[in-house]
Design a protein around this ligand. Structure first.
Ligand SMILES: [Zn+2]
Length: 68
């Protein structure tokens, strides 16, 4: 069990970092920021600005047509 600090709100994040791999994503319980594990040694975390929908749906009839 390791501890890290949320790059967004500074809250301590507790996660099973030993079970994570680089580029795995965790979520801050305080600010719900999605944080990607960039490196384990030294531990580096980076906030990920995630899309509203994490799933890449095959049907692209999104309502947000103006995004692209
Ligand atoms: Zn946070």
């Amino acid at each position: 069990m390791s501890k890290a600090v949320c790059p967004m709100c500074g809250a301590a994040i507790e996660a099973e970092f030993e079970e994570l791999r680089v580029h795995d994503r965790i979520q801050c319980e305080e600010c719900e920021a999605v944080i990607e594990l960039l490196s384990l040694d030294p531990m580096r975390l980076e906030w990920v600005e995630e899309d509203e929908d994490d799933d890449f749906d095959l049907d692209e009839d999104d309502e947000d047509d103006d995004l692209f």
